[in-house]
Design a protein. Structure first.
Ligand SMILES: [Zn+2]
Length: 457
């Protein structure tokens, strides 16, 4: 059985390209490309055969199929020879039942897809493994690629640098100086990437890297590159697989450059086209109010997405005013009756902290998604019986500055944090310690009683 996939222009220009051609834009119009899979060869296996094959491969060691991405290789990147796959066993992340947080919101089925539990701590690994593997294949075939390059708000550069280092390919990353966290800055440095910290914002870095990539020899690794979306679409497939091939009612995810939105939609669409599922979930994109071009377009009845200058937000990875994948994200959302919500700085920080109080440890972007969830539940758009999945995009361990600022009450945009928790500093006197513990337990008991009463109402 052989599988066929091609690159084609998203704007409809004639012609197909091979996915391992070193181009990332349409040669005719300069627009974005997309990967198309021929469905006829994929339909030679029936849905039950596909799901059995994917289930058998999950988390096994047979190279490269134990990866959550490469376990679905035929649907994702059949053009990559196994010896060129650059994998760090990405995907396969937990889908956990957020039972206490869901119950507090009146939801029986709230689930969190922990995409940040990945090699470099964010969902970007899913797409980067496909891109860097394809680049390794290009180089093996003698194509003129000297290095990979990206602009980043942090997570993309960490992922690109690590995968490029694993493959022995030079990486160049452009970051907005002073706008990424320490943890995110040190990741590409540690991987040996050439890190350029520019006096501009992400959108400025994006413009600069696009100019650079026009020079022969640099391959652009941003999410405008269609190869990354192929890997990212496996999130949708994995969620359905983890529900024993059942489709949830809602998926909520934070959106910045919006490639993840169209990738998610593509995954659900492919499963339905191949008969593995019969429906698709509604999708909600959650944006920070400080960087909300998609929300504004949605609010105006899906008007054109107008670029804006993104303002500072704790959700720094989605501080993007001119999302490159806006058009394809809107197409995906309209197809599934999707919608867009937004969250202020206080709302995203409080929602993340509230979820943390139930044992989660949410990054600020996941906080944006939780804040959107809380609004949709309050408005009755999401009902108590709906099965809801929130995509958590990154490890909160990368965002210690926000957590510290929140609990210390030093965030300018969050003057009254609702769930702040401070260390109790004491002498070592046993009586003083016992007294402090007794008071803490009394407070906890009173809070639990009040919460139970509120949940029963
Ligand atoms: Zn074109």
């Amino acid at each position: 059985m052989s599988f066929h996939a091609h690159l084609r222009c998203g704007a409809g220009c004639e012609g197909l390209l091979a996915p391992d051609e070193p181009v990332h834009l349409c040669p005719s119009c300069g627009g974005l490309l997309e990967v198309v899979h021929e469905l006829a060869p994929l339909r030679e296996r029936c849905p039950a055969e596909w799901t059995r094959l994917f289930d058998e491969r999950t988390r096994r060691t047979a190279w490269p199929y134990g990866s959550g991405v490469w376990g679905k290789k035929e649907w994702v990147a059949p053009w990559v020879a196994d010896e060129n796959v650059v994998s760090m066993v990405e995907g396969g992340t937990s889908l956990l039942w957020a039972e206490r947080y869901g119950r507090a919101l009146g939801l029986g089925e709230l689930w969190v897809k922990q995409c940040g539990n990945s090699h470099t701590g964010s969902f970007k690994d899913l797409g980067m493994t496909v891109l860097v593997s394809t680049v390794k294949q290009m180089i093996a075939d003698g194509k003129p690629v000297r290095a990979v390059a990206c602009a980043s708000t942090g997570d993309t550069s960490a992922s690109l640098a690590a995968y490029a280092a694993a493959a022995g390919i030079p990486a160049i990353v452009l970051l907005p100086r002073g706008q990424v966290t320490t943890a995110q800055l040190v990741q590409p440095l540690a991987s040996g990437a050439t890190v350029l910290a520019l006096d501009t914002d992400f959108d400025g870095c994006m413009a600069a890297v696009r100019r650079l990539a026009a020079d022969a020899g640099l391959y652009l690794a941003n999410s405008m590159n269609a190869l990354r979306l192929e890997g990212q679409k496996t999130v949708a497939i994995e969620i359905v697989q983890q529900f024993d091939w059942q489709v949830p009612d809602w998926v909520i995810l934070p959106g910045g450059n919006l490639g993840n939105v169209s990738a998610l939609g593509a995954g659900f669409e492919l499963m339905r086209e191949l008969g593995v599922t019969t429906r698709e979930p509604r999708i909600c994109v959650a944006q920070a109010a400080a960087a909300n071009p998609l929300y504004e377009a949605y609010r105006r009845g899906w008007a054109r997405v107008e670029p804006q200058v993104a303002r500072p937000t704790a959700a720094s990875a989605i501080r993007i005013g001119n999302p490159v994948s806006a058009a394809r994200a809107v197409r995906a959302l309209r197809r599934v009756d999707g919608l867009v919500e937004q969250a202020s700085e206080a709302e995203l920080a409080d929602a993340a902290a509230r979820a943390d109080r139930t044992g989660l440890y949410a990054c600020p972007h996941t906080g944006v998604a939780f804040a959107a969830l809380e609004k949709l539940v309050a408005r009755g758009v999401i009902g108590p019986r709906d099965r809801v999945v929130v995509l958590s995009t990154a490890s909160a361990l990368k965002f210690t500055e926000l957590k510290v600022g929140y609990h210390e009450g030093t965030l300018a945009d969050v003057p009254s944090p609702r769930h702040a928790n401070r260390p109790i500093e004491l002498s070592s006197d046993p009586a003083v310690i016992s007294d402090a513990v007794r008071r803490a337990l009394d407070t906890a008991a009173a809070t639990a009683a009040a919460t139970d009463a509120a949940t029963r109402r």
